[in-house]
Write a protein that binds this ligand. Structure first.
Ligand code: DGY
Length: 321
């Protein structure tokens, strides 16, 4: 039977399923992504690799894995993988679509609300013993969310789920920018497809849900921030490099935009020190988009389902084209 290498801790029941099918499993039980050199040695005899979205699976890794049949990425995004190189070497790549849509949309909205209503600042304020009583005009006043304009950049599954929260839960008007029109979203949520410039200029809140590609890298740069309202809040739960972090820090520090809720970073796990230094209406989380027990279990199950299928000689369930 086959050797399966897993770069991170996964749920025991999934390991059992692989073993029950007769496969040998090696699981790296350390926090954080595996270093490249270690991966190159570990992958040599593997026929299946289950890996994290933070691990670079490049031509070198693919070349080092002569028997590899499948790379099952634990995530919906797969910008960490040289998909073309994998396909050229006859290796299937799979991801975990669907499983994390609502969970990630929940986090996007949590960040939007937390930044607008200064929830994290309020928490610090109370813990510091600074809450001395209710004030009409206090230091903790935030921004209104209900009925405002929500701009969605990347209206795929997650973007639509965020728009649904905004429209149905908060009476927001939805603008979106996407390569293709999302007619269902337009019908269901009265979402309006607009050029990026218009979305930047007119939105009160902007949520980023586009995948990272050469075209979307630094989509949010100095020029983009200059177009945004000075009362606008940016939320990014997609991929860090879609936003130029240096430009974001500048835009926040100079008041070009009002705030940000950020879950993903350009050089994860490193975070721009300028961003860490900004506290007003800036909320930072450690790439928690899919981080609930149920969703992470579902993601692990999808990855293992794909591996079992391919190792049994059947087609993958969630191939990346
Ligand atoms: C993904 O799956 O791409 C998400 O970033 C996980 O949180």
């Amino acid at each position: 039977m086959a050797e399966v290498y897993i770069t991170c801790r996964v749920f025991e029941e999934e390991i059992e399923r692989l073993r029950a099918a007769g496969h040998t499993v090696e699981m790296r039980d350390h926090p954080g992504p595996i270093c490249h050199a270690e991966l190159l040695t570990k992958i040599a005899a593997a026929e299946a690799l289950i890996c994290l979205l933070s691990e670079r699976i490049d031509a070198e890794v693919i070349a080092a894995a002569a028997s590899l049949k499948i790379i099952a990425n634990l995530g919906v995004g797969y910008d960490n993988i040289d998909v073309e190189g994998a396909h050229a070497a006859g290796v299937i790549v799979t991801n975990t679509p669907g499983a994390l849509t609502e969970t990630t949309a929940d986090l996007a909205f949590a960040l939007l609300l937390a930044a607008a209503r200064r929830v994290v600042e309020g928490d610090r304020f109370v813990r510091a013993g600074d809450f001395l009583g209710w004030e009409l005009v206090g230091s903790q006043l935030g921004l209104e969310v209900y009925g405002k304009r929500l701009g969605i950049v990347g209206m795929g599954k997650i973007g639509t789920a965020v728009a649904r929260r905004g429209r149905l839960g908060f009476g927001m008007k939805i603008l979106y920018h996407n390569r293709r029109r999302n007619e269902e979203g337009e019908k269901e949520l009265a979402a309006v497809h607009v050029p990026l410039e218009k979305l930047l200029e007119e939105s009160d809140f902007i949520c980023v849900h586009t995948p990272l590609t050469p075209q979307t890298r630094h989509l949010f740069d100095r020029q983009a921030f200059a177009r945004m309202k000075d009362s606008a809040i940016l939320v990014n739960v997609a991929r860090g490099p879609v936003v130029d972090e240096e430009a974001l820090v500048q835009a926040l520090a100079t008041g070009e935009i009002a705030g940000a809720g950020i879950d993903v970073y350009e050089e994860e796990p490193a975070v721009h020190p300028g961003l860490v230094g900004l506290q007003e209406r800036v909320v930072l989380s450690p790439h928690l988009g899919s981080a609930t027990v149920a969703t992470r279990r579902a993601m692990a199950k999808i990855a293992v389902d794909n591996v079992l299928s391919v190792l049994a000689g059947a087609p993958p369930l969630n191939p990346v084209a």
